[in-house]
Design a protein around this ligand. Structure first.
Ligand code: 3EB
Length: 351
């Protein structure tokens, strides 16, 4: 059996941590007495399957790193052991009783992205019920050819239809209260399939909005027949008297429209203003305080050739981000050139 759940102990969750690790450090942790719940592997396929190290909660991404970037793993770790693991269809998860991290990969039949997204989320929600951590805090979505036409509708918009319907059918908030998320392209062909990772807990996070932007779940039909299902950010008590801020993919959108089309410098600057607005908004949700420099960012650029200028803008605005990890990926609107997601822990409590 696992350690007693903290609900029985009558106090908040045991601490959650996020660590950026080199692959060798990930392997050490997997072999340790306190293995990670899971992680996102960037530019690394993990150890060969079936080896002692196993993939242990690791979900490699098919998004290529920029030239010269070293592979890394974004690991999510609790402090309790042993972990319990489970599987529901394509969904795999590990949990310490307070936190769960999971992943799924579903191959896609040509022309069936909406159904694939629906099935992925239906199975994901079923897995959450079974794992004792029914509240999703953060979702990472990766799909091939995200901006391509999928038979009269952009593939990202098809994905949004299936995702929103699955939220509604499972009784999860598809509008106010939706989790933090991102949705990016992968380098593969359509058949390579939809990949989702998720972080979940026992307690629903507090959604955070961005007053500069229309909530994505209220986008007009100009951006597709069904709106994307995510909040701009989420706050969660993370144990140890800390609050975790999870910032969704953030881009150069004001109101609901893309601004600075074709200008990657201005898009990066607008994205920074949006990130600051999300932080300001998060401060109204409790006593934890964050600055841009506190955030652990992941930067996605549509064109690898833009990476240097984006990194220069970021390093000037936020010196702590001089080494921000930067990945090439298609972003979910064809006119967006850059997107930044982030998370941070700070001492405090929710209001
Ligand atoms: C935007 O603000 C940019 O569909 O889950 C950012 C974060 C975006 C999450 C998602 C999409 C998603 O609309 C795109």
């Amino acid at each position: 059996m696992t350690a007693p759940s903290s609900s029985l102990r009558g106090i908040g969750p045991r601490p959650l941590h996020a660590l950026r690790l080199a692959p060798a450090e990930w392997l050490q942790r997997v072999a340790s007495a306190q293995p990670p719940l899971g992680g996102l592997a960037w530019g690394w396929a993990g150890p060969p399957q079936g080896t002692a190290a196993d993939l242990s909660g690791l979900a490699p991404l098919q998004t290529p790193l920029l030239a010269g970037a070293a592979p890394w793993v974004d690991a999510w770790c609790g402090e309790a052991a042993p972990l319990h693991r489970g599987r529901n269809g394509a969904v795999h998860w590990q949990s310490d009783g307070d936190w769960a991290f999971g992943h799924l990969h579903l191959p896609e039949a040509e022309g069936a992205l909406e159904a694939t997204a629906y099935r992925a989320y239906r199975d994901l929600f079923a897995a959450l019920q079974g794992c004792g951590c029914p509240q999703v805090l953060r979702l990472w979505n990766y799909l091939p050819r995200i901006n391509a036409d999928g038979g009269g509708l952009e593939r990202y918009r098809q994905f949004n239809i299936g995702r929103q319907q699955a939220f509604i059918d499972a009784g999860h908030d598809a509008f106010e209260g939706a989790p933090a998320a991102c949705a990016l392209g992968t380098a593969g062909e359509v058949a390579s399939g939809l990949s989702i990772r998720f972080l979940a807990g026992r307690v629903a996070p507090r959604p955070v909005d961005n007053p500069r932007q229309v909530p994505a779940y209220r986008y007009s039909t100009a951006y597709g027949p069904r709106a994307p299902t995510f909040s701009r950010a989420a706050l969660a008590e993370a144990g140890g008297g800390r609050v975790l801020l999870l910032v969704s993919g953030t881009a150069s959108i004001v109101g609901e429209h893309t601004v600075h089309e074709g200008d990657v410098v201005a898009q990066t600057q607008e994205t920074l203003r949006n990130l600051q607005a999300v932080i300001d908004s998060a401060h109204r949700g409790g006593s934890a305080r964050y600055t841009l420099a506190d955030l652990q960012p992941t930067v996605y650029v549509r064109h690898a050739s833009d990476a240097a200028v984006v990194q220069a803008v970021l390093a000037q605005a936020v010196p702590a981000w001089a080494q921000a990890p930067c990945v090439q990926a298609d972003i979910c609107r064809a006119n967006l050139l850059v997107e930044i997601e982030a998370h941070a822990f700070a001492p405090g409590a929710l209001a």
